[in-house]
Design a protein around this ligand. Sequence first.
Ligand code: BES
Ligand code: MG
Ligand code: ZN
Length: 481
Amino acid sequence: MKISFIPHKSPLPKTDLIVLPYWEGGERASDFSRPEAERVVASGHFTGKCGEVVRTYSQEGENLLLVGWGKKGSESEEGLRNAYATVCREAMAKKSRSLSLIVPSSGEKLSFPVLLRAMCEGIFLTNYTFDRWKKEKTPLIEELVLSGVENKWEEELHNWQVIASGVHWVRDLVNGNADEINPAFLEKEALSLAKEGVLETRVFRKKELEEEGMGLLLAVGQGAVEEPRLLMVSYKGDPQSQEKTVLVGKGITFDTGGLSLKSTDNMLTMKCDMAGAATVLGVMRTLAALGWKKNVIALAPLAENAIGSRSYKLGDVFRACNGKTVEVLNTDAEGRLILADALSYAVKALQPTMLIDIGTLTGAISVALGDEIAGLFASDDLLAKKLEEASKRTDEKLWRLPLHDYRENLKSEIADLTNVGGGKGAGSMKCALFLQEFVGSVPWAHLDIAGVAYLAKACNYYPARATGWGLRLLVNFLMAK
Ligand code: BES
Ligand code: MG
Ligand code: ZN
């Protein structure tokens, strides 16, 4: 999106739509006015509630959109982000390609930089479609004119756009056909991320996985035509520092459930099961573009959980990369298996100071928290707190759940662990407890995004289907640390 900056009170270039902010009750939130807009307010057809939008036209033929900011003094970042998501949807629906935003010099509660960011994020995150297979395309907004903003904000705006484009990149990978976005495809993506020279990519194919003893990842992937892989993408932005965060993302490119086959309804959305891997790769892409002073490594274990004569079998025992053995009681609890190998590899070979995994692990997490809140489990309070703080900034909501000692349920008679606990309930926690067996004493957090990664219908700046949830959270977390 092309962005231009127009100083306060300077004339606007012609655009398809001009967006004017109002407080609840009808007071203008900026000093930009048009008599036609004032008339709409006076008519009582527009009250200025946060996120309310009304269209009108000026005598000069300008298209105007009034947007409510809510009660003066109660405005919030999230409220504005959502309000401008509505603005963006409205503009897209009317096929407006260029947009002028009237930016107030300050809010009542929010400062100029905060409100500017919220407004622009709302637009950037919403300005996305996945219509590559449709004859009729929805045009995106191509040009944004920021009225009341000096061009010293250019670099900030560029960074916010880079982050939003990372979110879009993740959405595209998750929305794509599972038949195309397989382990080989993601390997190519990771290799091309490294082309610029900022990131380094290493690929573990079947042979290297065998050498490292990653028996769980190999087992999960053995039924598929495309062999499993582990991708490692490294970014060394601060060579002086010993700090090193390792991010691990679940990359099941399609989850049939394996021999513990899923029902049609449950399988329908399982192209989303590599959302964790796409997110950690997207974070690396974003870090490289922003050039921050951080050391981060992303690990993406990739496999298709396929059904066929070579699929891994129930009751069989496989050995993880840290030597622990696992009896497979359900081949549909495959995510924890591939993560276990990647986590133990990180602990064994990478000396992480912090370990965070993310993935679509359990249907149970959406039973507990729905599709707007992800589950957080952590062995380390400080790490959990920092993630919660980042989550408040980006409004990707998290709820920390306990790691209560239900470990009894993971015991096996013939191996060190089983992959699904006995006993009732706490499915997401049992998965987290299983993973904890593979992280040693490294401060660790686990994000279960099975509820939030893929939506049935659009909500605020999230489109229907892939949301890209977690990229902004992790980037913000890394930025603040
Ligand atoms: N990929 C699924 C979890 C999932 C469910 C993701 C819904 C997105 C939406 C995972 O591999 C899975 O199948 N989990 C099982 C675990 C069970 C067998 C212990 C589940 O949730 O039923
Ligand atoms: Mg499964
Ligand atoms: Zn899965």
